[in-house]
Design a binder for this molecule. Structure first.
Ligand SMILES: *Cc1c(COP(=O)(O)O)cnc(C)c1O
Length: 422
């Protein structure tokens, strides 16, 4: 007999393309069909068959406070009754902007958009205008949203497609994008030699988390800062995941590196569709209406999304918040390392993010990640799901912990993983 989720998925496939609105949600390559979610509370999601799962996907990292946190629910409730969109300025936009730039001083001016994709797309347009150069350098396995010119050796859902890129993206559109291996200084140098004076920007996930978590190298990031400065190119940190995940100041604070532009998303929307990009006023002033770089949005700075973002960051600002999260993750990870030892599984972890790579050898970049045994991962994923633990349905994604995960839930997770791997 089919479960309600299985029936719902069949029905969805007759109306929605592929049955989903984002490919990885379809559980392709996994051994089960997707569970349809009815509600979430804290670290737990409930599907339409009334199964509960401890959630380590958390809307792909957006829900650092867990599902339906009271503070966010209250804030949204309050705004909801006062109108949901005006297409005119509201004070909440300035308030969220202030909160963010206090946490990330490199962001002198910010612009809100509706997704991470939009944020990156616009930041790149701006970088090209500012430098009057055309080429964008990115790293293999890093994902920066689905804009045409960034779908080159991209991570996340794209890495489970067969080609490197996407159909429907003409070669001409990606001729100005150069994708090279992460953590490899020599290739970066070669690229700067080859495309002398033509590189507008390097964009990087300062902690790559879209091919699974890859451990970053501060030296490498410092080197990127230096080589872009010397060559009058911009350094863009794509902190859509790491912003407000690795502390209030994101990866840039953690590593002590000031990018020229930063892109944000996920957490800053508190579970609503928000993206943002920002940086030096000198660069941001090129944006219309001050400058000649066009970028606009009907729902940008949406009052509900802004309220959710403000409420989220207010919670995160409580002293000791991140220390507690990291401590919780640290002990979890140390046990995971113990369990996975000699089992052909690599545990990569950074802050409150981790990936279990089904690989005998360390996973340090896209090349090594691609060697993982995705079939073994799929089998593991299914077993976990049966034990009521929800991991993102792909080997190349990151698991997240939230403030809502309790010690009991973590212990339950550990016991399940232990029993599955023994
Ligand atoms: C999720 C993500 C994006 C894209 O954001 P969307 O809101 O899904 O468009 C861009 N960059 C990084 C690093 C991401 O993790």
């Amino acid at each position: 007999m089919l479960s309600k989720s299985e029936k719902a998925f069949l029905k969805a496939q007759t109306f929605l393309a592929g049955g989903v609105n984002s490919p990885v949600r379809a559980f392709r390559g996994m051994e089960t069909s997707p569970v349809f979610i009815r509600k979430g509370n804290g670290a737990v999601i409930t599907d339409i068959d009334n199964n509960n799962y401890i959630d380590y996907c958390l809307s792909w990292g957006a829900l650092i406070l867990g599902h339906a946190p009271q503070a966010v629910v209250d804030a949204v409730n309050e705004v909801l009754h006062e109108g949901t969109s005006f297409g005119a300025p509201t004070e909440r936009e300035t308030e969220l902007a202030m909160l963010i730039s206090k946490c990330m001083p490199s962001i002198e001016r910010i612009r809100f958009v509706n997704s991470g994709t939009e944020a990156v797309m616009s930041a790149i347009r701006l970088a090209r205008a500012y430098t009057e150069k055309k080429i964008i350098v990115k790293f293999d396995g890093c994902y920066h949203g689905h804009a045409d010119h960034l779908l080159v050796s991209a991570g996340s859902g794209v890495s489970s497609l067969h080609g490197a890129s996407s159909a429907g993206v003409p070669d001409e559109f990606i001729q100005l994008t150069v994708s090279i291996p992460y953590n490899n200084k020599q290739t970066v140098e070669e690229v700067f030699r080859k495309y002398k004076n033509r590189i507008a920007a390097i964009i990087v996930e300062p902690v790559p988390a879209n091919m699974g978590v890859i451990i970053p190298d501060r030296e490498f990031l410092l080197f990127l800062r230096e080589i872009t400065t010397i060559n009058h190119s911009l350094l863009i940190f794509d902190e859509v995941i790491t912003g407000f995940r690795i502390g209030l100041g994101g990866a840039q604070e953690y590593f002590g590196i000031k990018p020229d532009l930063t892109t944000l998303g996920k957490i800053i929307g508190g579970g609503f569709p928000v993206g943002a990009y920002g940086g030096k006023q000198d660069i941001m002033k090129l944006l219309a209406p001050d400058g000649q770089v066009y970028q606009a949005g009907t729902l940008s700075g949406n009052p509900i999304a802004m309220a959710a973002g403000i409420a989220t960051i207010d919670q995160l600002k409580e002293p000791g918040k991140y220390d507690a999260l990291e401590e919780k993750t640290r002990s979890f990870i140390s046990i995971l390392l113990e369990i996975c030892r000699n089992k052909g599984i690599q545990v990569n972890a950074f802050g409150s993010m981790f990936t279990l790579f089904f690989s005998d050898t360390p996973v340090t970049d896209f090349e090594t990640a691609k060697k993982c045994d995705v079939k073994r991962f799929a089998a593991f994923h299914k077993q976990l799901l049966y034990q009521h633990i929800y991991f993102p349905p792909s080997q190349f994604e990151t698991n997240f912990l939230s403030f809502a995960h309790t010690h009991r839930e973590i212990e339950e997770t550990i016991n399940s993983i232990k029993s599955l791997l023994s």
